[in-house]
Design a protein around this ligand. Sequence first.
Ligand code: SAM
Length: 262
Amino acid sequence: MVRYYKKSLGQHFLIDKNIAKKIIKYARISENDIVWEIGPGSGILTEQIIKNCNKLIAFEIDKQWFDFLKDKFTDPKLHLINQDILKVNFTNYAKHEKVKVVANLPYHITSPVIFKLIENRELFSSITIMIQDEVADRIIAKPGCKDYGRLPIKVQFYFEVKKLFTIPPHLFKPKPKVTSAVIQLIPKDEIPKIKNDELLWNIIDYTFQHRRKMLRTSLRTYLDKQDYQVLIENSTKSQIDLSRRPEELGIEEFIFLTELVR
Ligand code: SAM
């Protein structure tokens, strides 16, 4: 049967088994592990994961590749789910044990998937994912870099992040235009306490929507007049410099700023 590669679903399949093995080695999957794979496709990672894990739940949106995998793998360790990962209710699949996530992510939904993984971070002990190299560099960016923004701030707040290695386009079929990279996210044991995390992430989102504007300017439209006035007075007292742009602030300063706004 002829199977098609759907560009709209980010179907660039890895064709190098050694790279698949290398990813699994970095993910340190062992016989007791529960693993989730996002987008198993033609199963090159799936095959290596099954060899090493206790149970694998693999979420594939495309019915043709889902059927292909059902025929290819008969191992009872594998539970294939034909669903859009962005619509999956993770708590339906999570039990007591923490899960290791492994994936060669469809590039068009990298950010929403990562944000969903962050929202559900208590479920995971590690996340080893292949993404575009450019996005990997963005995720590890520090304050002051042009790539710094809400994605790296959020990922780095909750996880230790490591870029592991890059993979050139010719090791995929069909060949993508860009280089890929594997990164690993390990949940941090200790996360700074935030009194109002919704407000913190709202301020980060809002100020980065106006990343070239000074904080003082964008916060003027974010807050009502009276609150803005109080913020300005408090910022002078506490010596936080609101003439800077959001990309110059580390997360601790955003937390401090949130306290002032509160
Ligand atoms: N894991 C395979 C590999 O490494 O060769 C395939 C990776 S390919 C880059 C991405 C896979 O994710 C494809 O199989 C695609 O059909 C699947 N996919 C795309 N969007 C998805 C979604 N929203 N939910 C689940 N799977 C998705």
